[in-house]
Structures are given as structure tokens and as C-alpha cells.
Design a protein around this ligand. Sequence first.
Ligand SMILES: Nc1nc2c(c(=O)[nH]1)N[C@H]1C(S)=C(S)[C@@H](COP(=O)(O)O)O[C@H]1N2
Ligand SMILES: [Mo]
Length: 409
Amino acid sequence: MVRPAGRGLVAGGGLGRWWPARLRLGPWRENAFCSPLHDERTAAVLGVALGVAFSVCFATGIISHLVQHPPGWFTWPARPAGLFRITQGLHVATGIAAIPLLLVKLWVVYPKLFTWPPASDVAHAVERAGLLVLVGGAVFLLFTGVANIALWYPWGFFFPAGHYWGAWITGGAIVAHVGAKLAVTRRSLRRSAWTPIPAVPAADAALSRRGLLTSAFAAAGVLTLATAGQTLAPLRHLSVLAPRRPDRGPQGLPVNKSAMAAGVIAPASDPGFRLRVTGAVATPLSLSRADLEAMARREVTLPIACVEGWSAEARWRGVPVRDLLRAAGAPDGAEVDVESLQPRGRYRRSALSPAHAGDGDTLLALFLDGEPLHLDHGFPVRLIGPNRPGVLQTKWVSELRVRGGKGAP
Ligand SMILES: Nc1nc2c(c(=O)[nH]1)N[C@H]1C(S)=C(S)[C@@H](COP(=O)(O)O)O[C@H]1N2
Ligand SMILES: [Mo]
């Protein structure tokens, strides 16, 4: 709702007396916005929905960041196997659902941009400056998130770092905003305090408050249904807007980076390929694909859960990393670096924490749904383990390097 006309103008308190009334033109005019939908209750309902969506999105985003860049105090368990798939699916789904809610909310409150006077006192000026951070940050996060899902990077910074820091800054602005608006939100959500929207003649009544809110929530629901199929297989046929379908790709599974794009076609198809187990081990190993096949007795059903929000389950057969570590005489509880044949790129390597390296279902996989791995899925061997983000399921593995105990390289 536009701030009550005249407040601060004639009162002359705070900053208000600095704004001459003759500047009050165009959208700054009194009653310049006549739609009754620009009201506090509509803003409050959308604000609560956005608060829920952003909170879930923030928490799941922080989890994803910690899992991919674990600080010393953080350990991510290997169980439950499908947990990351759920947290990351929620991250992307709540972010997408927030888009229509944010757009409608911005429309509902934008007349406040033209509040007169622009700031009534210093606290009000600070609160309004905070809104710039809030709106700018929220738009930045949703835009970069969606662009990343579409593998479109029209910017110069590293997406995870920008998105992560943007989340903290926006999160701070949200906390300040919630603090500033708590009282008015409470008041306008209380049923007894509803200001009924005045009855308008049928010809002018374009949309009721209920109609606007229903449309906003319906848009959020439709967007969710049209994208959630990238991780919820039963919805995949509705998934018209999802960039990936979990059942499309070689061997019925999407591919994130192809063997061609990774520059590994020659070394990955070389019959002289050897997987090496090195580092802090008693007996370094060097194994051909045939050697590994002879050991590949374990079959597990696990999802690939990409941070971009798609996920797909498959049956993988291979050698438990744990068995290879034992055969090489690695110390118990070792941490392992998994290296690929890929010469360059951020995702050519991943680390296995002791919990993941020691889990019997963490495999070097050779077969996918009973067939030898497709080159694009990581032939001759790839890592697949429970409760890991897709980026850490390294393909074309060439080496397991066991790190020694504390302090060792
Ligand atoms: N060596 C290597 N492994 C990799 C990647 C990569 O770029 N290089 N991409 C990862 C990502 S982001 C995902 S989601 C999964 C996807 O596996 P898929 O292509 O077999 O579906 O592989 C992972 N393994
Ligand atoms: Mo991924």
C-alpha cells in the first residue's frame, strides 16, 4: 500500500521536509496507483510463500555447497543413498517455483518505489536501500540459477562462487526485511484485520485478490510440474520445460559431459588402459579392464543426482573401492583422490571421504544396466557412490590416489 499521503510532507520531521511538494509528479502523485491489488495483505501472503521457498532453497543450496567444498568440520554421510538427490531436487524446484511468486510480489509492491517522500527518516532510507539489495539479489540468484540449469553462462564469474556469495548477501537482506515487515505482515494476515477490497462495478473488476493469488500459486505449481520430471520419474512426461529428461541419452541416461567434450576418446578407448591405485598403500596396483571385470561382482542401484536438478537411477556393476583399497593395503579410514583421464577441467578429479571410500556400495563401475559403460558414461571405469552429487561421480577414472594419515601429502 502506498504510504499515507502527506505523511512527512507537512509534518516536516526527519528527511521529509527536504522534499518539495512540487516534485510530486507522475507516479509520485497521490493515488497514482488505483488497483486495489497493491495491498498489504496480498503482499504479505506472497511474502510468506517466498519466505518459505527461499528458506528451503537457501538451506539446500548451502548443503550442496558444503558437500562439494567440504570444510574441515563438515562430513557428509554416505547414507541415506538418495539424500542429495532430494536436497538438490528441492533446491532447484523451490528456486523455480519462486520465480512467478517473486514477479507477482514485485508487481504488487512496486508502487512503493514512488513513496512520497522518498524517505521519511534515516531508518526508512536504510530500509529502502536494503530493498535494492533484496530485490537485486533475489533476481540475480534466480536468473543465474536458471541459466546454469540451461548451461548458459552469459557472465564472467565462476557460477558456484557468485551464486553462493549472492545467497549470503540476499539472505542477510531477507532477514532484515522480515524483521522490518514482521508486524505489518502479522497484522495484515489476521483475518479480523482484513481490509476488504472495495466492491467495484463488474465491468472494472478485472481480477480479485483471490484471483491474483490463485494465479500466482497456479503458475508456481505448473512450473514445478513442468520441471520436476527431471528428477521425479513418474512426472517425466509432463516435463516440457525441464532441460533434461532422466530417460534420454545413451543407455537411457542423460550425459553431462561427453567423452568428446572431455577430450578422452583416445585414452578411454585404448586397450592398454590401466587403473592405478597409488599413494599411501603397501602394494600399488595397476589393473586392466579385464582384471577389473574379473573382480566386478557387486551390483547396486544408485542415482546420478546432478547439481543442476536432474537425476536418474540406474543399475551399476563394478568393484567396490573398499575392495581395491584392501587389496592395495591402504590404511583404514583413508581419504582417496579419484583422478580421471580427462586432461583439463574442474571436474576431472573428486575426493572420497573415509565414509564414502569405506561404503561397500561406492563402486568403480564397469557396467550400466547390464551392458558395458558407454564411452560418454565413463568407459572404461567410473566412480558411482551413494549420496554423492553428480559432479563427484567422476568418469573415465585412471587412478585412485590414497592419502596418508594426518599430515601426509
Ligand atoms: N571426468 C569427469 N567426470 C564427470 C564430469 C566431468 O565433467 N568430468 N561431470 C560430472 C557431472 S557434473 C555429472 S552430473 C555426472 C553425469 O554422469 P553421466 O554423464 O554419466 O550422466 O558425471 C560427472 N562426472
Ligand atoms: Mo552435474
